[in-house]
Design a protein around this ligand. Structure first.
Ligand code: FES
Ligand code: FES
Length: 209
């Protein structure tokens, strides 16, 4: 089921500060492209420390014991089997891993799971129960992607949808140009961009009434 080995199994690749997740930031999309991993993360000899965490994911408290250096993306995909959030680049450059933390879009591949305890995390799996979608219904953005044929292979789609929702709630969907600008952090290899923009426009109309 897993598409790539977990960070929990690849601890030598991503050493972080010994014994603590402190000091690392929950990085918004704006941080993309910056060098964000401290040199210590590349160390080969940092021992594993497993820590208990409670994460509020899609309205549920999930208690886990994780490697303190685990990213939110790897915990979602490998520990919780919430595989809707995709791993594209794992370096903050493609947007496939976008989730919401307290309503803000965040790249889960650059976010330490331990650092988002106590915050409301929403993944694509939890979106349908939010807002206008209501329990059991698709979120207007999900429906808009279907209506506008806004995906081909679909790999980037969960991140596109999460980013599209935030684009609207941030007030950055006022025009096609603005939508393109504020969705530019989400890459689509299939180049479905015109239909994605159309989907965001449709969803904006529904979300804003
Ligand atoms: S997998 Fe996170 S930005 Fe590409
Ligand atoms: S639909 Fe295939 S990468 Fe976007």
């Amino acid at each position: 089921m897993s598409e790539q080995p977990s960070n929990l199994d690849r601890v030598s690749r991503r050493g972080l500060m010994k014994g603590s997740a402190a000091g690392a930031a929950v990085l918004p999309l704006a941080a993309r492209g910056q060098e964000i991993r401290p040199a210590a993360m590349e160390r080969q000899d940092v021992p594993v420390q497993r820590i208990p965490v409670t994460l509020n994911i899609n309205g549920q408290a999930r208690e886990l014991v994780i490697d303190s250096r685990s990213t939110l993306l790897d915990v979602l995909r490998h520990d919780l089997e919430l595989t809707g959030s995709k791993k594209g680049c794992d370096h903050g450059q493609c947007g496939a891993c976008t989730v919401h933390v307290d309503g803000d879009r965040v790249l889960s591949c650059l976010t330490l799971a331990a650092q988002v305890q106590g915050r409301a995390i929403t993944t694509i799996e939890g979106l349908a129960g939010e807002g206008l979608g209501g329990e059991g219904n698709l979120h207007p953005m999900q429906q808009a992607f279907i209506d506008n044929d806004a995906f081909q292979c679909g790999y980037c789609t969960p991140g596109q949808i999460m980013s599209g929702v935030a684009c609207i709630t941030e007030g950055h969907a006022g025009s096609e140009a603005e939508i393109r600008e504020y969705m530019s952090g989400n890459l689509c290899r299939c180049a479905a961009y015109p239909n994605i923009v159309a989907a965001v426009k449709q969803a904006r109309a529904e979300m804003e009434g």
